[in-house]
Design a protein around this ligand. Structure first.
Ligand SMILES: Cc1ncc(C[n+]2csc(CCOP(=O)(O)OP(=O)(O)O)c2C)c(N)n1
Ligand SMILES: [Mg+2]
Length: 399
């Protein structure tokens, strides 16, 4: 199975604020394993003042409430995504994964925080650092790992790799820096045209933020008040170039001019969830696009071929890991508020690891696509030309 039923919690837990769109089915089965109290018990947290900074729009709420089930699900999913990326790291080093591979280790609060505030009808499109989103949007660990290993059980049949992963309403996985931003505006145009109660989240990096097409997309999105949330995932570097060496203005949330923006602590899953919930409602209310700048950090190099330590110090990475880690941060909150105890968390960690380890074995057992499949997926079925040229003039494929 390539897709799981998406089961991350809906936006706010407080029943009064749940709308039909945000009240998604939430699987509570995992929760019964913990020694904690009722799944639907609501916990309220005060976010630090540094969580949000806004321009031309009010701040999202600093007081946020979630059920135990929602909080535990966020922890569990972040843990599983971390484990998934660690496995990909190991498989790459063992040469089972080849080619490009961009990991999101350190940035888990971004896909998990966003997913817990949107519905399956909302659309997401991002760049190549897409494994976390593929998972939160319903892709299975097997389908992601098998794709990375080029196996048939992969989410793109093993022929796309790290940057080409898709699920329903998850539009990838895009390797051309910035190209997904106008595509995201187009998705939002379709949602508006079709009167859908849904929004699009178009993610791009600090490096991509200087692309001309980003500003062209901003213009059309505001001109037509499209329901698109432009999300700048600012992980401080574009390949080996730090944000302040590439951008004349590193306050990415202020770069929309006529589009309001909010800077968000992207290492705090609750802040990301609340900012996304706020932005989604803003877009659904017909107020047009918003920019969210999620301040985050990648622990690894840009891709597996970059050790990630030549343009930044080991101390910097260590400092972020020990003071800002999104999983540790949520863990501390859960313990402080008695949402769950140490033993419950350990059990979740152990089970997440076991699930990913099992997925690794299953992905490894999947076979490679055969050579004839190289001609698949080029044209929509039925629209193929009679012949297609291959790598040289002599190699001709007959459809
Ligand atoms: C149009 C284009 N130019 C250059 C590249 C090479 N390239 C790949 S990733 C990257 C850096 C992008 O950084 P950022 O947007 O901050 O994303 P991050 O990798 O930090 O997630 C560059 C320059 C590309 N893929 N496409
Ligand atoms: Mg970056």
């Amino acid at each position: 199975m390539l897709f799981r039923a998406v089961s991350i919690a809906s936006a706010k837990a407080s029943a009064a604020r749940l709308t039909p769109q945000t009240a998604r089915a939430f699987s509570t089965t995992q929760l019964q394993r913990t020694s904690a109290g009722a799944d639907d018990e609501v916990f309220t947290f005060q976010l630090p003042p540094t969580s949000f900074e806004s321009v031309k729009v009010e701040n999202p709420s600093f007081e946020v409430s979630y059920t135990r089930a929602e909080l535990v699900k966020m922890y569990e999913t972040m843990t599983e995504v971390r484990r998934l990326e660690m496995s990909a790291d190991g498989l790459y080093k063992a040469k089972m994964i080849r080619g490009f591979c961009h990991l999101c280790t350190g940035q888990e609060a971004v896909p998990i925080g966003i997913e817990s505030a949107i519905t399956a009808e909302d659309a997401v499109i991002t760049a190549y650092r897409c494994h976390g989103f593929t998972f939160t949007r319903g892709g299975t660990a097997v389908s992601i790992l098998a794709e990375l290993m080029g196996r048939r059980a992969g989410i793109s049949g093993g022929m796309g790799g790290s940057m080409h992963m898709f699920t329903p309403n998850f539009f990838g996985g895009n390797g051309i820096v910035g190209a997904q931003v106008p595509l995201g505006a187009g998705l939002a145009f379709a949602q508006k045209y079709q009167n859908k109660q849904a929004v699009t989240l178009a993610l791009y990096g600090d490096g991509a933020s200087n692309q001309g097409q980003v500003f062209e997309a901003f213009n059309m999105a505001k001109l037509w008040d499209l329901p698109v949330i432009f999300v700048c995932e600012n992980n401080k570097y574009g390949m080996g170039t730090s944000a302040n060496r590439s951008s004349a203005n590193t306050e990415y949330f202020k770069r929309g001019d006529y589009i309001p923006g909010i800077k968000v602590n992207g290492m705090d899953v609750l802040a990301v969830q609340e900012a996304t919930r706020f932005a989604r409602q803003y877009a659904l209310d017909g107020k047009g696009p918003l920019i969210l700048e999620l301040a985050t950090y990648r622990y690894g190099g840009h891709s597996m071929s970059d050790p990630g330590t030549t343009y930044r110090t080991r101390e910097e990475i260590q400092h972020m890991r020990s003071t800002n880690d999104p999983i540790t941060g949520l863990k501390q909150r859960l313990l402080e508020h008695n949402v769950i105890d140490e033993a419950g968390l350990k059990k979740i960690d152990k089970e997440a690891r076991a699930r990913v380890d099992e997925a690794v074995q299953e992905a490894k057992a999947s076979t490679l696509p055969d050579d004839s499949m190289l001609w698949n997926g080029i044209y929509a079925k039925g629209s193929e030309p009679a012949t297609l040229r291959g790598r040289d003039a002599e190699e001709v494929h007959h459809f």
